[in-house]
Design a protein around this ligand. Structure first.
Ligand code: ATP
Ligand code: MG
Ligand code: MG
Ligand code: MG
Length: 562
């Protein structure tokens, strides 16, 4: 591609809306352009990267025996009602109506649709194993879209779905995907780890996430320093024996419902974040406990925390809860000796340890409560592990916390969807059995951007060659010199003929601008043709990674880059 004819427009200034480097570089390099919050246009450079990542994904999926299809992006509500997710999915699900007032969703994922497709054709155990995948645009109305393609609302995902006749088959299909995922992320040039993961709202049993290791990642991972154990903290379990929750006596120090968060914050010397009503209690040791409550009596405890000076006041009002799509929360009886109390707990609270939980009145509280043990809920085995804890697997090493970007996720779904949707086949004995399913996702844009997060310097992006928009960039620094231009033109044609993806900066621009753009865009191999060297019969070849220039005889360039 000739730069002069291309639609590549770089920006000089850092972009204020970008909180992380990779987002800034994608915007500055002219890879993407924001259309609305969490919604981006892919410009030529960006689309090239998306294609490169998709091609790798496609190759590995095909190699693993999966077949590509393309499902509809808009899905009828009926399927979501069948699976139960019409009610369960929450606000991330974009619901739309057609002119006939019929409900549809813009697909955030495709378990329902693929199950519907398969149940129409696959009636016998002989038709499995089967794995169908697609690379397609999804929409999730994320609460906080941010970081560019990392957490968009509209984004491109590869999603695959396996169907098997039994659990053993499902395990094999899952393992095949596991291997394919390792190949994919290795080929994308990423430093990553697969970690044990929480199965979240999709449900199911085993699940692993593929994490690109990066400080800017939104996920926290624990890894063992002596064995292979690695787990998302959302999921990690600890082997440290727990003290049972203690009943504690609390005295009201303010009238329930009368304290506002602001009052409490002032009392504790913190900044209020949301507005809600709070109950404030003290125990015998004069420690203060705040419970933030509002409205509904039954759901009286929204977020409990031990407020001892350094507390972060991170609480939610009913409105905020609703925005989080948590209006249901997790409600269950707490094991109070003599009172039946209900507790509401949100997605984030469940990952905390040592909660104080209780009723909307004094003297019915437990300290050191644990999710799963003292709360009855369906994700009972969750608790947070601390750094330095003993590894639950080898029981020798200690755990360390690092951060990661979730680029891929594989799940064993079991019969969750097939049962709900009555999607069955006849087994060897003529019995009707729901399929055993697995689902496997990769964020294409997130993967591309994670690569930048791991590969950049102060000048710009350093693309791994496998997913770079171009492999080689030729920069001619003197567009008035006929001989030099002619040399570059020929070299460009030769390189294309050799099958390289070449960007040829033939623009009539100052050298400084061209060299800066070259560093910013991050093409891995560069051939710089400057006047002085050219007159000596040489050009400069360098790698973006180290920017070390090497003089090469001009007739040997092609051989050199091969
Ligand atoms: P997250 O925990 O980051 O919200 P998720 O667990 O909800 O992701 P999955 O349902 O597992 O996502 O989807 C499969 C893959 O799709 C993820 O591993 C990720 O790479 C990608 N993905 C999910 N949400 C987004 C998003 N908002 N923007 C870009 N990619 C996304
Ligand atoms: Mg999500
Ligand atoms: Mg996740
Ligand atoms: Mg996930």
């Amino acid at each position: 591609m000739r730069y002069s004819e291309s639609f590549i427009y770089t920006l000089k200034e850092d972009q204020k809306e970008a909180a992380i480097v990779s987002h800034n570089l994608l915007l500055r390099g002219g890879f993407i352009l924001k259309l609305a919050s969490g919604i981006y246009n892919y410009l030529p450079l960006g689309l090239r990267v998306i294609r490169k990542v998709s091609d790798i994904v496609r190759e590995e999926m095909n190699k693993a025996g999966a077949q590509e299809i393309l499902m509809a992006a808009i899905q009828p509500a009926e399927l979501w009602k069948e699976s139960g997710r019409w009610n369960d999915y929450g606000k991330e699900l974009l619901r739309i109506k057609d002119r006939g007032d019929r409900d549809f969703v813009f697909g955030p994922t495709h378990e329902e649709v693929v199950t519907d497709i398969v149940r129409r054709f696959v009636k016998s155990y002989k038709q499995m194993p089967l794995n169908l995948y697609q690379i397609q645009t999804k929409f999730r109305d994320e609460l906080r879209p941010r970081f560019g393609l990392m957490r968009g609302r509209e984004f491109i995902m590869k999603d695959a779905y396996s169907f098997d006749k039994d659990e053993a088959g499902m395990d094999v299909s899952y393992e095949k995907m596991n291997i394919a995922y390792h190949n994919i992320f290795r080929r994308c040039g990423l430093a990553f780890r697969s970690v044990e993961a929480d199965t979240g709202s999709i449900g199911g049993k085993d699940s692993e996430e593929f994490m690109v290791l990066s400080q800017t990642g939104e996920d926290e991972i624990v890894i063992c320093d002596s064995c292979e154990y690695a787990s998302n903290v959302e999921r990690a379990t600890s082997i440290v024996e727990d003290e049972p929750a203690q009943e504690i006596e609390l005295k009201e120090v303010a009238t329930p419902g009368k304290q506002t968060i602001k009052d409490v914050c002032e009392f504790l010397g913190s900044d209020p974040k949301f507005s809600a009503k709070a109950l404030v209690y003290k125990n015998e040791k004069d420690e203060v406990f705040c419970f933030f409550v509002e409205g509904d009596d039954e759901l009286n405890l929204i977020k409990a925390m031990r407020a001892t000076g350094s507390v972060e006041l991170e609480m939610v009002s009913d409105d905020e809860l609703k925005k989080l799509g948590l209006e249901k929360g997790y409600i269950g009886p707490v094991n109070f000796p003599n009172k039946d109390v209900k507790v509401l707990c949100d997605e984030r609270i469940k990952h905390r340890n040592n909660l104080v939980v209780g009723a909307n009145e004094p003297n019915y509280h437990l300290m050191g409560a644990k999710f799963g043990r003292d709360f009855e809920c369906d994700t009972a085995d969750l608790r947070v592990v601390k750094e330095g804890e003993l590894c639950p697997r080898c029981k020798k090493g200690t755990l360390k916390k690092i951060r990661g970007i979730e680029v891929g996720h594989i799940f064993k779904l079991g019969q969750k969807y097939s049962k709900a949707m009555n999607a069955t086949f006849l087994d060897e004995n003529g019995r009707s059995v729901p399929y055993y399913m697995g689902c496997y996702g990769i964020g294409i844009g997130r993967t591309a951007q994670a690569a930048i997060e791991q590969n950049h310097d102060e000048y710009g992006i350093i693309w791994p060659i496998s997913i770079a928009p171009f492999e080689i960039e030729i920069v001619s620094l003197d567009t008035r010199n006929k001989e030099l231009v002619e040399f570059c033109d020929i070299l460009y044609e030769q390189m294309k003929k050799e099958g390289f993806d070449v960007l040829y900066d033939d623009r009539d621009e100052r050298a400084g601008i061209k060299l800066n753009d070259m560093d910013l865009i991050g093409i891995p191999i560069r051939v710089i043709v400057g006047k002085k060297a050219f007159e000596k019969g040489e050009v400069e070849v360098s790698l973006r990674r180290d920017r070390q220039k090497q003089s090469v005889e001009k007739d040997e360039v092609l051989e050199k880059v091969k």
